[in-house]
Ligand binder design. Structure first.
Ligand code: MG
Length: 330
C-alpha cells in the first residue's frame, strides 16, 4: 500500500475575494500526500465540496502498486465523490512519478515551458476606483475583472482608464440572457479579450444564442465545464473553455479534456481556484498546451507555505525540479 495522508490548510487572502457567487477572506483547502508526492484539494463551492467531504472521500482511497505505473494507480481512484479530492491525489501521484523518474512533469509530458502563455491577474469585485488602483499597481499585462454585479460598466471603465492591459471579464454566471446581451456590447467598447461564463452554468442554448449575436468578443465557459461530456455539449456554443484541475479531477483528465477541446476547434484556458503553489504549479505544467492561463492563485494568498511556479511579472516560470517541483517554506 502507498501511504496517503492529508492535512487541512487555511489560506488568508490578501484582499476580500468578491465574485458573482459571493465573497470570502479565507479559503479552506486540503493538502494531500502520497509517499513523497504532494497535491492539493480546493473544494469547488458550486459543487458543494467542503474540506469535510473531501476528507471523507480521501478516507475511501486505497492505492497499491508501483509509483511508475501511474495509469494503473489513477484507475484505482473511486470514480464518484469529490472531484477536488481526486484532483489532489492525481497531482500527488504525478509528483511522485516525476520524483521517482527524476524529471519535472512538463518534461515527462514533452512540453516546452517557454510555450506557456502569460497568466492573467484577477481583480475581484470592489469599488471601481479601488479595483482600478489594484489593477494599475499590479503592473500586470492581462487583467481578469470579476463582473456580474450592479456596477459592471463602471468597474471596467475605471480599470480601462487606469491601465492599457488586455482585459478579460468573468461574470461567473451572474447575468441573465437579457442582461448579458445588453451589457456585453457596452463592455466590448473597452476592448475585451474574453467574456467568461456570462450565463449560469447549464444554459448552453443561451450561450449559443449569445454567441450568434456576435459581439466580437470570444465567449468562454468555466463553471459549466467539468467533464469531457460538458465540453462536447458546449461545442459550437462557445469559443473556448476554462479547464481547472479541481473541476476535471486532476492532471490526467485535464490533459484529455484539453485534447478534446482542441479537436472540437475551441480554445483552452487553464485556470485555478484560490489555491497554493501546489495546485497552481501542477496546472502551470499544462500551460504550454493552452492558449490562455489564469494561474494567479498564489499571488492572491498572504500565507502560502509552498513555493513552485514563479512569476516574472505575468510570465510563468516553471520549476525544473523533479515532479511538480514544489517546495515547502522559503
Ligand atoms: Mg472563471
Amino acid at each position: 500500500m502507498l501511504t496517503l495522508t492529508w492535512e487541512p490548510i487555511t489560506l488568508q487572502l490578501k484582499n476580500v475575494f468578491r465574485i458573482a457567487h459571493g465573497a470570502s477572506a479565507q479559503r479552506h483547502n486540503v493538502i494531500v500526500r502520497v509517499e513523497e508526492g504532494v497535491g492539493e484539494a480546493a473544494g469547488v463551492a458550486y459543487h458543494g465540496e467542503t474540506p469535510e467531504r473531501i476528507i471523507a472521500w480521501l478516507q475511501t482511497v486505497r492505492l497499491a502498486g508501483d509509483p511508475l505505473h501511474l495509469v494503473d494507480l489513477l484507475a484505482q481512484l473511486p470514480q464518484e465523490g469529490s472531484r477536488a479530492g481526486r484532483a489532489a491525489v492525481d497531482m500527488a501521484l504525478h509528483d511522485l512519478w516525476g520524483k521517482r523518474l527524476g524529471q519535472p512533469l512538463y518534461r515527462l509530458l514533452g512540453l516546452n515551458p517557454d510555450n506557456a502563455p502569460s497568466t492573467s491577474f484577477t481583480i475581484a469585485m470592489d469599488e471601481p476606483e479601488a479595483m482600478a488602483e489594484r489593477a494599475a499597481a499590479s503592473g500586470m499585462p492581462i487583467i481578469k475583472i470579476k463582473v456580474g454585479g450592479e456596477n459592471d460598466e463602471a468597474m471596467v471603465r475605471a480599470i480601462r482608464r487606469a491601465t492599457d492591459a488586455r482585459l478579460q471579464v468573468d461574470a461567473n454566471g451572474g447575468w441573465s440572457r437579457e442582461q448579458a446581451a445588453a451589457i456585453i456590447p457596452r463592455l466590448a467598447r473597452y476592448d475585451l479579450q474574453i467574456v467568461e461564463q456570462p450565463l449560469p452554468a447549464g444554459d448552453i442554448e443561451g450561450l449559443r444564442w449569445l454567441r450568434k449575436l456576435n459581439f466580437g468578443v470570444p465567449i468562454f465557459a468555466d463553471e459549466a465545464i467539468k467533464t469531457p461530456g460538458d465540453i462536447l455539449a458546449h461545442a459550437g456554443a462557445v469559443d473556448g473553455v476554462v479547464i481547472k484541475l479541481a473541476k476535471s479531477g486532476g492532471i490526467r483528465p485535464a490533459v484529455e479534456m484539453i485534447a478534446l477541446t482542441r479537436a472540437l476547434g475551441m480554445q483552452v484556458m487553464i485556470g485555478c481556484m484560490v489555491e497554493t503553489a501546489v495546485a497552481v504549479t501542477a496546472a502551470a505544467h499544462l500551460a504550454p498546451l493552452c492558449d490562455y492561463a489564469d494561474l494567479d492563485g498564489p499571488l492572491l494568498i498572504a500565507n502560502d507555505p509552498f513555493r513552485g511556479v514563479r512569476y516574472d511579472r505575468a510570465r510563468l516560470v516553471l520549476p525544473d525540479r523533479p515532479g511538480l517541483g514544489v517546495t515547502e517554506g522559503e
